[in-house]
Design a binder for this molecule. Structure first.
Ligand code: C2E
Ligand code: MG
Ligand code: MG
Ligand code: MG
Length: 281
């Protein structure tokens, strides 16, 4: 068949491209039934107070265990779920589950839930939040929604409106992966994010003595402070990185050093051992 089209270099890539489209189609078909098949599970990763090293929150991270495809990482299926809008029902499930789970933790521990632009732009997103609160009995103050700068690209006015509604309920909002997306700073003037999450790439850069990364983290921390927002450093993997980040004045730390994403039982066990504080390691 390649020859029919005249041969040439690019034809070598055709089978691979075809496989990718075919794989995508199969993944999408499986994704459509995954939610009813109870194939999703949430893992929880601790977010730690940088100075006290106590757990202040857990971020809920969805995992898909497909009978057909095995374990599929969120980096692979979340973009697909977003393209197909399947993220709307999946995200609703994540929100409900995370709130139900957080209800079993000590009162001072929050839960962070990632919300995609497609979800946030749904006209009744705040109703989903209200329902999740009602079903779980979780106080809205214990829910922190995580959004990325990408929400401001498509329909900034609707995104802002949606966030203001859930802030009015008492929930907080964190700006995730800060510095990697479309970074107009204009929205920081009027939207009261509680937390800016400094992306892992800057943390890794700082650890490798990149002066640019250090300068950017310092600037973000200073900016957040004057805006009355807190900062969380993502992707802290070693004691040295934790120390560096603490010295730079980040308020919270999240990363493999303090804990990998874990199953709900394991998260709950941490509280049984240390009801009010956790020093991991
Ligand atoms: P994110 O929200 O920025 O979540 C942090 C990601 O960094 C997680 O990857 C986590 O496992 C990983 N991570 C945490 N600490 C470290 C570390 O020290 N080193 C390294 N190398 N990685 C670390 P994960 O779970 O694979 O999720 C990837 C992304 O998928 C998330 O990035 C988020 O954007 C998206 N995602 C995950 N769960 C959901 C969900 O329920 N809904 C939506 N809309 N998106 C989700
Ligand atoms: Mg996140
Ligand atoms: Mg992040
Ligand atoms: Mg990320």
């Amino acid at each position: 068949r390649a020859k029919d089209k005249g041969g040439g270099e690019h034809c070598r890539f055709e089978p691979a491209l075809h496989a990718t489209a075919e794989e995508r189609r199969r993944l999408e078909a499986s994704l459509r039934t995954a939610i009813h098949g109870e194939e999703f599970v949430l893992h929880y990763q601790p977010v730690v107070d940088a100075r006290k090293e106590t757990i202040v929150s857990f971020e809920a991270l969805v995992r898909w265990n497909s009978p057909e495809h095995g374990f599929v990482s969120p980096g692979k299926f979340i973009p697909l779920a977003e393209d197909t809008r399947l993220i709307v029902p999946i995200g609703k499930w994540v929100l409900e589950q995370a709130c139900l789970e957080a209800r079993k933790w000590p009162e001072h521990v929050k839960v962070n839930v990632n919300v995609s632009p497609e979800q946030l732009l749904e006209p009744d997103f705040h109703q989903d939040v209200i329902k999740a609160m009602a079903a779980s009995g979780l106080r809205p103050e214990r829910l922190e929604v995580e959004v990325t700068e990408s929400i401001f690209v498509r329909d900034a006015a609707t995104a802002r409106n949606s966030l203001e509604k859930i802030m009015a309920l008492g929930c907080s909002v964190a700006l995730d992966d800060f510095g990697t997306g479309y970074s107009s700073l204009g929205y920081l003037r009027t939207l009261r994010f509680s937390t800016i999450k400094v992306d892992r790439t800057f943390v890794q850069g700082a650890a490798q003595n990149s002066n640019e990364s250090l300068a950017i983290i310092n600037a973000v921390v200073a900016m957040a402070k004057s805006l009355n927002m807190t900062t969380t450093a993502e992707g802290v993997e070693t004691a040295e990185e934790a120390e560096l980040i603490r010295e730079m004045g980040c308020d919270k730390i999240q990363g493999f050093y303090f804990g990998r994403p874990m199953i709900s039982d394991e998260a709950r066990r941490l509280f049984k051992r240390h009801p009010y504080e956790l020093k991991v390691g």
